[in-house]
Design a protein around this ligand. Sequence first.
Ligand SMILES: Cc1ncc(COP(=O)(O)O)c(C=O)c1O
Length: 398
Amino acid sequence: MAYRSGRHFLQIPGPTNVPDRVLRAIDNATIDHRGPEFGKMSLEILDGLKAVFQTKRPVVIYPASGTGAWEAALVNTLSPGDRVLMFETGHFASLWQKMAAKLGLSVEIVPTDWRRGVDPAAVEAKLKEDAQHRIKAVCVVHNETSTGVTSRIAAIRRAIDSAKHPALYMVDTISSLASIDYRHDEWGVDVTVAGSQKGLMLPPGLSFNCVSEKAVEASRSAKLPRSYWSWEEMIANNRTGYFPYTPATNLLYGLHEALKMLAEEGLPNVFARHARHAEATRRAVRAWGLEILCAVPEEYSNTLTAVTMPAGHDADALRKTILETYDMSLGTGLGRLAGKVFRIGHLGDFNDLTLAGSLAGIEMGLALANVPHKKGGVLAALDYLSECAKQAAPRKAA
Ligand SMILES: Cc1ncc(COP(=O)(O)O)c(C=O)c1O
């Protein structure tokens, strides 16, 4: 394809734009992964990850996409035929369910209309029904990337507790970690699943399990076959900064740098930035007269917004127009949402002006593709961003 000037706008909800500092870090000579320099770096990474997961527990790193970490969470803790409670909040939750079934688990599925998150009351009711404690794990996708809906992880924890049920609690944070507040320890999560390519601002290729003591205890008697994914060797090797097999050295360089960047900005500021960009985006969508897919305002996602197309208009045709004309990629509709929604990713290495550019591309694209809408979405977002900047200014000076 011929050269296109300027930066491509990668506004899918992950992989996200990889910042130059991370790219430069990855672009270093690969070193001996059993040597002293590598061991020192790994220990810094394993420690730095704890701050991001808000945990004191070990975080296991796999050279795999997020799907690998899903599998690791299940095979390390469960046995063939174990019952797991899962909620079909969207495309990714349903993929995790399919995986659990393929692994020989007995999956109990609670369906939704793909417009809302997991209902804590439903969790409590399901667990109370299970007087014999057959359910061994409750699995929830924190931020459903196909719908832009964020489930309430702390409230679900309270629901599990009030049912007095011993099931493990597993949470997929692939599109929320390092973007939306998430607290592995405080929220009593047993296995947190995460990936490198979204809030952590890295290319795809690394994924994570953060594991509670209860999860490690469960892994001692769990019978699903596992070898590559086994936590045991990984956690033992990690204690000295090494891995049981060849790690993804150059991606780890990138992770080392990304963790420094997140610490420099400060996690509360990272969360506030994502919240600001999400709110600005929603104001734009409303001003265009389009509908936000998420039906529950307290579950709006801070990392992406899925926008429903007016009847008779194809989301992929709009995405094609925007890609060809303005060199911006937006997320496609997945599964049953194919053609019906487009998704705006506003996460990772992102600032007010990147958002302004992204929304401008969408507003111009809507006009070009003859999608019925009102003008003024960009302006509504800019007004909100300016208001936020004004409110932040005196605090900075103080
Ligand atoms: C919430 C969620 N879970 C799981 C996955 C699967 O991860 P991967 O595609 O990295 O294997 C994704 C991918 O986007 C995701 O967004």
